[in-house]
Design a protein around this ligand. Structure first.
Ligand SMILES: *[C@@H]1O[C@H](CO)[C@@H](O)[C@H](O)[C@H]1NC(C)=O
Ligand SMILES: *[C@@H]1O[C@H](CO)[C@@H](O)[C@H](O)[C@H]1NC(C)=O
Ligand SMILES: *[C@@H]1O[C@H](CO)[C@@H](O)[C@H](O)[C@H]1NC(C)=O
Ligand SMILES: *[C@@H]1O[C@H](CO)[C@@H](O)[C@H](O)[C@H]1NC(C)=O
Length: 294
């Protein structure tokens, strides 16, 4: 590229872009062919960071929430997944990684129509849960938590981490990807969809309609709202994702938000991950240090 053009581009780059600093190594594996497919059922290797949270009940393990793998040992999930109401008569014990068809017995390998099969899902015990200290049920704020697994998972084709969101991204008005599992258990398979993120003002009105006044007050919402082209609802904790491009090539998925509430006629509500990046990173460092001490 000649120098003049380069200089021009530098001048034209909006501030947000200049702030994008993040280590995109070994996370958010991206496959353009899969990304372009407008089907709702994912490929068996697609969005391999989705984990199902297992609650121990007297009838076996129940899966009620989703979490998203952000490294070999840590996941993010809505704080709501660990509320006493969710936990009544159950104990959260496990994260099931690498599952694709929930109708299949959870520890059996899943295969697609073309007889391609994944290795068995991995059922990992959860060692520690950190709920955001300012999570308040009364105000709908800071609905986010970090989970630590008892050991590191080994990444495979169907188990991998997603990248954290870079600084300075602005998802408003964009189409983003959503991945998760349906609340309706008869719908097998990990699903994906497109989400159109609404304006901040529409999201604010939406939060008010959900009796979520407090969350609607800050100028910069920590929530996002969006309409999605999928007509079955997905489980809490489904991942809202953007794509990071290195120059002209799309390279990685990064996590933009976690699905909190989905109802038919209103935009769905997501908690944004970006405002919590510092909190996430410092807590992971602390938890790693704890391990060093043992
Ligand atoms: C947290 O998210 C759950 C869904 O995961 C939602 O039902 C709940 O109302 C939210 N609570 C708060 C306090 O935001
Ligand atoms: C997991 O891996 C990290 C970094 O690779 C390491 O610091 C940590 O000790 C490992 N944890 C366990 C439980 O092996
Ligand atoms: C679940 O999905 C099936 C179709 O896959 C549908 O027949 C059934 O009515 C759905 N159940 C609920 C509770 O929506
Ligand atoms: C849901 O999607 C399916 C397949 O695209 C379609 O056949 C069905 O009519 C839709 N249902 C509703 C309620 O929109």
């Amino acid at each position: 590229m000649d120098l003049v053009l380069r200089l021009l581009m530098l001048l034209l780059i909006p501030w947000g872009w200049a702030e994008v600093t993040f280590d995109f190594q070994d996370c958010g594996i991206f496959n353009e062919e899969l990304h372009e497919k407008f089907t709702h059922i994912t490929d068996i290797h697609e969005h391999p960071w989705m984990a199902r949270l297992g609650y121990e009940t007297n009838r076996g393990i129940a899966y009620k929430c989703l979490a998203v793998l952000i490294s070999t040992q840590y996941l993010l999930a809505p704080a709501q997944c660990f509320e006493t109401k969710q936990l009544a008569e159950t104990t959260i014990r496990y994260a099931l990684l690498g599952d694709w068809n929930p109708r299949n017995a959870h520890m059996k390998p899943d295969c697609d129509d073309m007889q391609r099969c994944n290795a068995e899902p991995q059922l990992m015990e959860i060692e520690e849960i950190v709920i955001h200290p300012e999570y308040r049920t009364s105000t709908f704020s800071n609905n986010i938590s970090i989970l630590k697994l008892v050991r590191n998972v080994t990444f495979t084709d169907h188990i991998r981490a997603i990248c954290l969101p870079p600084l300075g991204i602005n998802p408003i008005g964009q189409y983003l990807s959503l991945a998760g599992f349906a609340t309706n258990a008869t719908i097998g398979y990990k699903l994906k969809a497109l989400v159109h993120i609404t304006s901040n003002s529409k999201c604010r009105r939406n939060l008010v309609d959900y009796d979520n006044l407090f969350a609607a007050t800050p100028y910069k919402l920590k929530h996002l709202c969006g309409f999605c082209n999928l007509n079955s609802s997905l489980i809490t904790g489904s991942a809202l994702m953007g794509v990071h491009a290195d120059e002209l090539e799309p390279k990685n998925y990064y996590l933009v938000g976690l699905l909190l509430a989905m109802s038919n006629d209103m935009p769905h509500i997501y908690i944004r991950v970006q405002p919590y990046r510092k909190w996430i990173e410092s807590n992971i460092n602390l938890m790693d240090m704890d391990e060093g001490k043992q």
